[in-house]
Design a protein around this ligand. Structure first.
Ligand SMILES: Cc1cc2nc3c(=O)[nH]c(=O)nc-3n(C[C@H](O)[C@H](O)[C@H](O)COP(=O)(O)OP(=O)(O)OC[C@H]3O[C@@H](n4cnc5c(N)ncnc54)[C@H](O)[C@@H]3O)c2cc1C
Length: 364
């Protein structure tokens, strides 16, 4: 099929997750932006805990009301059995940025996409990039849209396609994986009233549970609380039943500090085992190149233990956008400076990750 070149823009962003939408919103006041995503609607995802500092970024973009008026829950803090059989309370009340959130993740991403449409960003979904080529100082992208092959040309491309890093991979950039962590997650209704998250290290990996907005995965039951429960472990230690047999999953949870009581409060037949997702620490060998940049999970994926993935998606998008706005689209040193900033964030993350795992007697 012949590709039709029908669009020209200053910036093309591949991926309308949190990183892509935040970048599109920050850039749309200064440049023409096209935002592409392969899915017409955001998919359900496991990550829901948004740290309090995220409010600062949403405030800069004038969209902090999305958190207050949306279906999201405030997060009061966490009960932690990390490396200990005794619980410790990690209290958000002491955080200078205030409380965090347990997001209805799909709804939050839908809110961000709508905000992009309202801000004049040209949004194309479904759109799946097929090829990319640098020609005459511009990028030419071919993409599949409703069984047609279309193309667009852009001065700058931002890859925000998450772990797939679709554009960066097309440029031959490799992604280094630092561990083999996977996550198995379940949603269910519980007869619990506490709005706290729960974390616990265990013999095989670690467990996490948090309240989620009641409308997220099926109907809510009166006086019950919807929660997710997830188990993070090394793929090499994984057995088939762990992620295929809900009883085996719950049995493993019962053997973990703090989770026995929680599982006793699970309302029978309300559980859905969502299966297995990659949760490894990984990073692109190069996060910027000739008139292209990678942000969010595309640039670097954090262990869910950090609860920093969504914040990093927002922060890396804002860091890059500040540079593009101040230096222009063809700023000579932007790629180099952005790479240096991301390398610093990465070193900081690896250091903290190793401290936390050591605390629980585990290898980072
Ligand atoms: C088990 C688990 C639990 C987590 N828990 C938390 C948590 O509690 N708190 C937290 O902050 N973070 C958490 N995270 C991390 C967080 O979910 C990610 O860091 C975050 O999703 C990164 O956002 P992103 O926009 O960079 O990428 P993504 O969310 O992956 O978005 C990428 C977008 O690109 C699109 N796309 C993909 N491929 C293509 C393609 N070929 N063409 C076009 N579009 C494409 C996708 O449809 C998607 O919309 C967790 C992660 C895991 C795995």
């Amino acid at each position: 099929m012949r590709a039709e070149t029908n669009q020209k823009t200053q910036i093309a962003i591949v991926g309308a997750g949190i990183a892509g939408c935040i970048a599109a919103l920050a850039l749309s006041k200064h440049f023409q932006v096209i935002l592409l995503d392969k899915h017409t609607h955001p998919l359900a995802k496991a990550g829901e805990c948004l740290p309090p500092a995220a409010r600062r970024i949403l405030k800069l973009l004038g969209i902090e009301h999305l958190l207050d008026n949306g279906p999201h829950l405030v997060s009061q803090g966490m009960l932690s059995y990390w490396g200990s059989s005794q619980p410790a309370v990690v209290d958000n009340l002491r955080n200078p940025d205030g409380l965090g959130w347990h997001l209805n993740r799909t709804q939050f991403e839908t809110q961000l996409r709508l905000q992009c449409l309202r801000s004049g960003v040209q949004c194309i979904w479904p759109a799946k990039p097929i090829t990319s080529k640098f020609h005459d100082n511009r990028w030419l992208l071919e993409y599949e849209h409703k069984q047609q092959t279309l193309s667009l040309s852009a001065n700058v491309v931002i890859d925000a396609s998450g772990r797939h890093s679709v554009f960066a991979r097309q440029q031959g950039v490799t992604r280094k994986q630092y561990d083999k962590l996977v996550s198995i997650w379940l949603s269910a209704q519980f007869s619990v009233s506490k709005n706290m998250a729960l974390i616990s290290s265990s013999q095989r990996g670690w467990w996490y549970s948090a309240p989620i907005p009641s409308d997220q995965f099926g109907g809510a039951i009166n006086n019950a609380q919807s929660r997710i429960v997830s188990w993070q472990l090394n793929a090499e230690q994984l057995q088939k039943q762990d992620h295929q047999d809900v009883e085996q999953f719950l049995q493993q949870a019962r053997m973990t500090h703090g989770f026995k009581t929680l599982i006793e409060q699970l309302i029978p037949n309300t559980q859905t085992l969502h299966g297995l997702v990659a949760a490894n620490t990984s990073k692109l060998e190069q996060v910027a190149g000739k008139q292209w940049y990678a942000i969010g999970d595309t640039a670097m994926s954090f262990d869910p233990l950090s609860s920093q993935g969504m914040y990093n998606a927002m922060a890396s998008a804002m860091q890059l956008c500040d540079m593009l706005i101040h230096n222009g689209l063809h700023g000579r040193d932007t790629a180099c400076h952005y790479q240096q900033q991301m390398d610093k964030v990465w070193q900081h993350y690896l250091h903290h990750k190793s401290l936390y795992y050591k605390q629980a007697g585990m290898m980072a």
